[in-house]
Design a protein around this ligand. Structure first.
Ligand SMILES: NC(=O)c1ccc[n+]([C@@H]2O[C@H](COP(=O)([O-])OP(=O)(O)OC[C@H]3O[C@@H](n4cnc5c(N)ncnc54)[C@H](OP(=O)(O)O)[C@@H]3O)[C@@H](O)[C@H]2O)c1
Length: 324
C-alpha cells in the first residue's frame, strides 16, 4: 500500500509517499481501507515537532478519516468486515489502509457520504464540544468566531446559529466573506482591513461579546480579550497565526474578571460514550441537512505536502482532504 511517512520533523517537504505492506489487525484492532483523510492544522503542528504531542518519527500523520472495514482482529466485537466507519484522533490516516482500535471508530449512518464524513469528523466534533461543553451557547448569546470561513470556524459558526446564538465572524477576503455570509452569520468583520475590536464594540453597543472562539492565536489574542463583556469567556483553541506568548493572569482581572480556557478535542472524545454521543449529534445534524461542510480541495496522497502548504498559507476556505 501507499502511505505518507515523516522521517523527521520539519517543513512540508518531510511528507513523503512510501510503499509499505498492508498491516494485519490483531486483538481489538480494525484494518480500514481509507476512503478519505482530513487535513488539519494539528497535523502541521505535529509535523513541526511540538513536544506536547509526544510523537517520535518516523510516523504517518493524519488524525481523521472515514472508510470501510477490511479485516478485524480476533477480539473485535463491535464491527465486522464491510462496515462503514469514521474516526478522529487516530494517527496514521494519510494512508490507503489504517490500523485503528475499535474504541476509536464510530459507524457511519446510511445516507452519509464517506468522503463528506471524513471532511467533517475532527472539525465537526470540535464545533460540538466548543459550543456545548467549553461554553454552552444559549439563545441570544453573542459569539465572536475568528476565521469563520475556515474548516473549523464555519462548522463552529453553524452550530452556534443552530443553538440560537448570534455570530460575529471575522475573515480576510471577499470570497471568504461570501462563504461566511452564506452560512447565515449575522455580522461579518473583515479583519484584513477593519479593526475587529472597534467593530465588535459597535455591533454590541459597547457591551462586548459573551464568548470569543479564537483559533487564530498570536495575531488576534490581545484584542480578542478586549472584545469580551465583563465575566465573558475567552476560548483559545488554536494558533493558526502562531502561539500566544506566556500570559499574565492579572490581565483577566483588569479586563473584567474574564474566564479563559485552552481546550483540545482529545479530552472531549477520549471516553467512548462521549465520542459516540458527540458523533451521533453531528451525524444527525448532517443527515437533517442542518450542517454543511464545504470541501475546498481534494488531493491525492502524493500531494499531501501541497495540502499542508495550502492550509498553512491561510488562503483556503473550508476543508482540505486527501483521497487515496
Ligand atoms: N483545540 C482543538 O480541539 C482544535 C480542533 C480543530 C482545530 N483547531 C484549531 O482551529 C484553527 C483552525 O484550524 P482549521 O484546520 O480549521 O484551519 P482553517 O480555519 O481552515 O484555516 C486557518 C485560517 O486561519 C486564518 N489565519 C489567520 N492568520 C493566519 C496565518 N498567519 N496563517 C494561516 N492562517 C491564518 C485564515 O482565515 P482568514 O483568512 O479568514 O483569516 C485561515 O484560513 C487552528 O488553530 C487549529 O489548530 C483546534
Amino acid at each position: 500500500m501507499k502511505k505518507i511517512e515523516i522521517a523527521q520533523f520539519g517543513g512540508s517537504e518531510t511528507l513523503q509517499l512510501v510503499d509499505a505492506p498492508i498491516p494485519t489487525p490483531t486483538g481489538t484492532q480494525l484494518l480500514v481501507k481509507v476512503a478519505a483523510a482530513g487535513v488539519n492544522f494539528l497535523d502541521i503542528y505535529q509535523r513541526q515537532g511540538a513536544p506536547i504531542y509526544g510523537i517520535t518519527p518516523p510516523y504517518t500523520p493524519g488524525l481523521e478519516g472515514a472508510g470501510v472495514v477490511e479485516a478485524v482482529g480476533s477480539d473485535v466485537t463491535a464491527f465486522t468486515v464491510g462496515d462503514r466507519v469514521a474516526w478522529t484522533m487516530a494517527l496514521g490516516s494519510y494512508a490507503e489502509y489504517l490500523i485503528v482500535e475499535q474504541a476509536k471508530v464510530v459507524s457511519v449512518p446510511q445516507g452519509l457520504d464517506l468522503v463528506e464524513v471524513a471532511a467533517f469528523m475532527l472539525q465537526g466534533l470540535t464545533g460540538h464540544y466548543l459550543t456545548y461543553s467549553t461554553y454552552d451557547i444559549k439563545p441570544g448569546d453573542i459569539a465572536l468566531v475568528h476565521a469563520a470561513a475556515g474548516g473549523t470556524g464555519s462548522l463552529l459558526a453553524q452550530i452556534i446559529l443552530l443553538k440560537g446564538g448570534i455570530v460575529i465572524g471575522t475573515t480576510s477576503s471577499d470570497a471568504k466573506e461570501a462563504n461566511v455570509r452564506a452560512l447565515g452569520v449575522q455580522h461579518v468583520i473583515r479583519y484584513d482591513r477593519e479593526n475587529f475590536l472597534d467593530e465588535v464594540k459597535k455591533i454590541t453597543d459597547g457591551r462586548g461579546v459573551d464568548v470569543v472562539y479564537d483559533g487564530v492565536g498570536a495575531k488576534t489574542f490581545d484584542q480578542s480579550l478586549l472584545c469580551l463583556k465583563p465575566r465573558g469567556m475567552m476560548v483559545l483553541f488554536g494558533a493558526a497565526s502562531g502561539a500566544v506568548p506566556p500570559f499574565e493572569l492579572m490581565r483577566l482581572n483588569a479586563a473584567g474578571s474574564l474566564f479563559i480556557t485552552r481546550p483540545t478535542l482529545a479530552h472531549h472524545v477520549g471516553d467512548a460514550a462521549e465520542f459516540a454521543m458527540r458523533s451521533k449529534a453531528i451525524f444527525d445534524l448532517l443527515l437533517q441537512g442542518k450542517l454543511s461542510v464545504r470541501i475546498d480541495k481534494r488531493y491525492p496522497l502524493a500531494d499531501a505536502h501541497k495540502a499542508h502548504d495550502d492550509l498553512a498559507s491561510g488562503k483556503t476556505s473550508g476543508k482540505l482532504i486527501l483521497v487515496p
